[in-house]
Design a protein around this ligand. Structure first.
Ligand SMILES: Nc1nc2c(ncn2[C@@H]2O[C@H](COP(=O)(O)OP(=O)(O)OP(=O)(O)O)[C@@H](O)[C@H]2O)c(=O)[nH]1
Ligand SMILES: [Mg+2]
Length: 391
């Protein structure tokens, strides 16, 4: 335990540290949350108490081929996340019940999977608590379960978004998909309880107005992609945790997506593809000005991060961003992997900026961004500085 005295806004003479010492709780640490004094000392004390990083955690800071592929199941309560987890783990470890809200905390478990190629892939699976709308959280436990579910998304390589095959696509599914998209994670869309759909069409008269299972499936798929936005090419799999139908396909998809996430997009080809895309469909003109890309380079993976040197970053509309993302995904075969654009616009003079300050800022921009001649720069990528996410 460390004794921390807050609101120690004045110098030491005015804070009665002697009285604090007399409490017998060791050396007191005077801090001021408002003014930030003592923050460094407090931070150092916390780090010292925590000790060095465990070797395992330090080693996993960068991902290698031998690291387990981390996947998580997210979705509304009761869609079958724990049932699917049990199916993959080939055990009854996780509690399954018809009562929504059974899983209260994220559970992380390792397992191995033999892929289609015959190789053994180590996985780490996180089963999460069903996500409710933030406005419907009734207890603090639900609030913290939600935080832990969102945290699981951040930690994983590939997200399995689970939907209920009988309930159809709901507004809440859309909100949950949004959480994974916000974190720019590749998503495998998993529609569970397909055994019930099959059963219904086989012997229980089906669901009106759908003609048969295939018709229902097609309409489901249509509704899904119409209502929810996913990175183009996101895999969609109809499964049954109950019967095991198509469950292996989920993992094969995750292995494939995970492999794609490490691809390096060469600068020459990237610029060529963007040149072609902007020529085929020029950006819309916003307020009489058109968005222009001068030069692009990949600066990171997981997610794909592309630095775009452009005229005005604010001119890139969301629909055109999606068009560029879809074009890159298609050209480089990155199906289902989100692409993030990091925009670097030319500096604009601030009103009242002095001439010298303007020249200085222009000089700085010139040093950072290569000259806007990207079309003629094919094949010269080795001369250019490749930044990483850490930059
Ligand atoms: N018929 C059928 N029922 C299923 C399937 N998967 C899950 N269920 C049932 O659906 C109910 C909920 O399953 P769970 O696995 O607990 O669902 P969950 O998404 O983990 O639920 P929460 O932990 O509450 O968020 C249980 O009664 C399961 O038996 C399936 O593929 N087919
Ligand atoms: Mg559960």
């Amino acid at each position: 335990m460390r004794l921390v005295i807050n609101k120690a806004d004045f110098d030491d003479t005015k804070v009665d540290l002697a009285a604090a010492f007399r409490l017998g709780l060791g050396e007191p640490l005077p801090v001021s949350a408002e003014h930030g004094t003592g923050e460094t000392e407090l931070r150092n004390a916390i780090l010292a108490a925590l000790g060095p990083l465990p070797a395992e955690a330090a080693a996993s800071a960068t991902k290698t081929a031998a690291d387990p592929l981390c996947v998580c199941f997210i979705g509304r309560p009761n869609v079958g996340k724990s049932s699917l987890s049990n199916r993959l783990l080939q055990s009854d470890r996780l509690i399954v019940s018809p009562t929504p809200g059974t899983t209260r905390d994220s559970v992380e478990l390792p397992f191995d999977f033999r892929g289609r190629d015959g190789n053994l892939y180590p996985f780490r699976l996180i089963d999460t608590a069903g996500l409710k709308a933030a406005t419907k959280l009734a207890t603090p436990v639900e609030y913290f379960s939600r935080l832990r579910s969102l945290d699981a998304i951040r930690k994983t390589d590939v997200v399995f978004l689970v939907l209920d095959g009988v309930d159809g696509v709901t507004q809440q599914d859309k909100a949950i998909a949004g959480e994974a998209i916000k974190e720019r994670k590749p998503i495998v869309v998993v529609v569970n309880k397909w055994d019930l759909v099959r059963q219904a069409f086989k012997s229980d008269g089906g669901f009106a107005p759908y003609k048969n299972e295939r018709d229902y499936r097609e309409k489901y798929e249509h509704a899904l992609f119409e209502r929810l936005y996913f990175t183009p090419g996101a895999p969609l799999i109809f499964v049954s945790a109950m019967s095991g139908y198509e469950v292996d396909r989920m993992l094969n998809s995750a292995v494939k997506l995970n492999r794609m996430l490490d691809l390096k997009l060469t600068t020459a080809r990237l610029n060529k593809v963007l040149g072609y895309l902007t020529e085929r469909t020029p950006p819309p003109s916003v307020g009489g000005k058109r968005f222009r890309i001068y030069y692009a380079t990949q600066t990171g993976n997981r997610p794909f991060r592309i630095k775009l040197f452009c005229n005005r970053e604010e001119q890139l509309t969301e629909s055109y961003r999606r068009y560029l993302e879809a074009g890159l995904v298609d050209e480089f075969g990155l199906n289902g992997c989100p692409v993030y654009f990091d925009l670097v616009g030319k500096e604009k003079p601030e009103p009242g900026m002095s001439f010298t300050a303007l020249r200085e800022s222009q000089e700085k921009a010139r040093r950072v961004a290569p000259a806007p001649k990207w079309r003629s720069r094919e094949g010269t990528e080795e001369n250019l500085h490749h930044e990483t996410i850490e930059d």
